[in-house]
Design a protein around this ligand. Structure first.
Ligand code: SF4
Length: 78
């Protein structure tokens, strides 16, 4: 359901569901090099190590952000 946007670097893909985002600002205050809400596209997954991005994603309070490893792409997208 809803819109899903994906942003990849060469290792991981960030998945963002805008309808679930509660704009807590946590992601872009935590990792402003990657999450830039004033730009389009607003995510820049090449601007930080993938591990740092994954750590930040795990702190998203709404579940709007998730990720998968590019070599483990899930095939059961909702
Ligand atoms: S941390 Fe999650 S809920 Fe907060 S602004 Fe980022 S995507 Fe939205």
């Amino acid at each position: 359901m809803g819109i899903t946007k994906e942003y990849s670097n060469n290792e991981i893909t960030i998945v963002w569901k805008p309808e679930m985002c509660i704009h807590s600002t946590k992601c872009w205050k935590g990792l402003p090099s990657v999450f830039r809400p004033k730009e389009k596209p607003w995510m820049h997954p090449n601007e930080a190590p993938s591990q740092q991005i994954m750590d930040q994603i795990s702190q998203c309070p709404s579940g709007a952000l998730s990720y998968y490893l590019n070599n483990q792409k899930p095939d059961n997208h909702e």
